[in-house]
Design a protein around this ligand. Structure first.
Ligand SMILES: Nc1ncnc2c1ncn2[C@@H]1O[C@H](COP(=O)(O)OP(=O)(O)O)[C@@H](O)[C@H]1O
Ligand SMILES: Cc1cn([C@H]2C[C@H](O)[C@@H](COP(=O)(O)O)O2)c(=O)[nH]c1=O
Ligand SMILES: [Zn+2]
Length: 195
């Protein structure tokens, strides 16, 4: 679906791809698949994640199935620009944790001719747009909305239900803390909370 072949850098043909969805929807696996293919095509790839994502590893992007790829953890979106010189492809995971400056960073890189692939949650546990991801979806050339399986009913899931862990926006966790659920199961679970 996406071209691994580089276009001529002098013509500055870059673009932004966003992979968005709930937790467990396969965002990280899809990001890693695209980045591996770019490496097979001999392209220079740099991978970043926010430094606060210490869930599985400090220096790797790791999927829920334990597949991993090395990355550079960064404090803020501005670091990505500084560390991406002479790069063909930039991959960014857990984009929801970055500041809104990530939108400008991705746009600038794309204008320089870089293929930018961003993965992140589109909604937080309350069902609200999460960080810069919805803005990136608006600015991207390509958006892939991926889905998990609802652990309650087996339908497609696009919500991340928080089972425990309080009300802070940022609460790292996996299936201990979150479940992927469909809209109907999400509404039911949230309604039960206020009973
Ligand atoms: N409810 C679920 N629906 C789909 N996949 C799930 C679910 N729970 C666990 N998984 C596992 O999670 C993997 C996806 O992991 P990952 O790419 O890290 O997702 P994401 O980055 O979107 O959270 C799937 O291949 C599957 O093995
Ligand atoms: C919904 C939601 C999630 N988080 C955290 C939980 C995980 O550490 C990551 C998402 O990881 P994944 O690769 O998409 O599975 O985000 C959070 O901090 N706040 C939330 O509302
Ligand atoms: Zn459901």
């Amino acid at each position: 679906m996406f071209l691994e072949q580089r276009s001529d850098r002098s013509r500055s043909r870059g673009w932004i791809e966003v992979i968005a969805g709930s937790m467990f929807s396969g965002k990280t696996e899809e990001l890693m698949r695209r980045l591996r293919r770019a490496r097979i095509a001999q392209q220079k790839v740099e991978i970043f994640k926010p430094i606060i994502d210490r869930r599985y590893s400090d220096t790797e992007v790791v999927s829920h199935d334990s597949n991993a790829i090395r990355c550079t953890p960064v404090e803020s979106s501005g670091n990505i620009l500084l560390l991406s010189s002479d790069t063909d492809v930039v991959g960014i995971d857990e984009a929801q944790f970055f500041d809104n400056g990530l939108v400008d960073v991705c746009t600038t890189l794309a204008s320089y001719g870089v293929r930018v692939i961003v993965a992140g949650l589109d909604m937080d546990y309350t069902g609200k747009p999460f960080g810069p991801v919805p803005y990136l979806m608006a600015c991207a050339e390509y958006v892939s909305k991926v889905h998990a399986i609802c652990v309650n009913c087996g339908d497609l899931a696009n919500f991340s239900y928080r089972r425990s862990g309080g009300t802070r926006l940022v609460e790292l966790g996996a299936s201990d803390t979150y479940q992927a659920v469909c809209r109907s199961c999400y509404d039911q679970l949230r309604a039960n909370e206020s009973k």
